[in-house]
Design a protein around this ligand. Sequence first.
Ligand SMILES: [Zn+2]
Length: 252
Amino acid sequence: MSSGERRTVDNGQADHPSRERPGSASSPSVSAVQTLGRLAGNRATTALVQRARDGVTAPTVTADAAAQAINTWIQANEPSEQETNYSVGVARNGDLYISKVGGVTTKTRFVGIDLAAFIRSRGYEIGRDIYLAQQFNTAYSSGNHAEMCVMAAAGAGALAEIYCAAPHCAFCAEQMAKDNVRHGAAVGGHDQVGWAHPFAPIFLGSQVWNDTAVQLRALQALPLNPTQANAAQIGVPWLSTAPKGGKRKAWL
Ligand SMILES: [Zn+2]
C-alpha cells in the first residue's frame, strides 16, 4: 500500500466523525489529529496521557472508538502488507483483544514496538486491559483465523464486536453470530482452506472435506461450544487436538 493510499484511509475515517468519542466536535478533524500526532510525537493527545499520569484511570475513549482507531491505524501502518490479516475485538467489559491470522505476540516488531507506542500515545490502554490473542490450535496453525484467535482468548460471551480489515469468512461470521458478536467487516465467501474452531477440536475447510458449503451448514447446526456428542450427531469429525484458548495475560 502506498503512502498516498494510506492518506485515503485516514480521510475515510474523517468522513465518519460519529465514530470518534463524543465531545470532539470542536476539536480538529480526525485526520488532522492523526497527522499532528505523527508529525509532532502525538502532541495532540498529550492531554489524555497526562490525565493518566495525574492518576485519572477512567478510559479516555470508548472501547469501540479505540478499537476502530487501532484497526484503522494498523491498516495504514502495517509494513509487511499483512494488514488485512489483523482483527481487533471489543469485549463487553471494555477490554480489547488484538490478533492476526496464526496469532500475534510481542515478538513481532510492528506489534511489540510500533503498535504499542501508538496505543500508549493515545492513552487507549488507560482504564482497560488490552490482550494479544495467540494461536489457539497449534496442530492447525494455518487455520487459526484472527477473529477466532480473539474469540478463543476472550471466551464465549465475552465479546461485543470484532473489527477486521478483510471480510470475515463465512465460518468466522457464523461463529461470531452464534456468540452475538457484531460483524465489524463485511462477510466473505466460505471457501476456506482451513478453519479451526475456537472452543472445540473441530477443523473445517477444503483440506478436510470437499464441500465447504456442507461444512458451513454443519457449523450452523452446532451450538456455540459443541460437545463431542453434538459433533457426532451432525457428522462433524472430532479431532484429537483441542484448542487451548482463554489466555488472560494482559499486554497493555
Ligand atoms: Zn475466518
